[in-house]
Design a protein around this ligand. Structure first.
Ligand SMILES: [Zn+2]
Length: 82
């Protein structure tokens, strides 16, 4: 899976060099996968239905290139089974 450098901390994992306050977006990792890059690490707290809703919403406005179509399809299938 493609890795993205966190655009909030530029891969540092912290907000600045002097104090190591954990970056709110990547939670100190400095890099994110495509899904986390869009939604932040908090995505792990979301259900697949919520994620899907966000993806479809965001896709329609700006991030269509970032979306892995295959993963979206997988999520859709998962939702249909419920
Ligand atoms: Zn970060």
């Amino acid at each position: 899976m493609k890795r993205y450098i966190c655009d909030v901390c530029n891969g540092l994992g912290a907000l600045n060099n002097e104090n190591y306050d954990e970056c709110p977006k990547c939670k100190g990792f400095g890099h994110l996968n495509w899904l986390e890059n869009i939604f932040g690490k908090d995505i792990s707290k979301m259900t697949s239905k919520e994620i899907l809703k966000e993806i479809l919403y965001k896709e329609s406005i700006q991030v269509s290139n970032e979306i892995d179509k295959h993963i979206v399809k997988t999520l859709l299938k998962k939702e249909k089974k419920k």
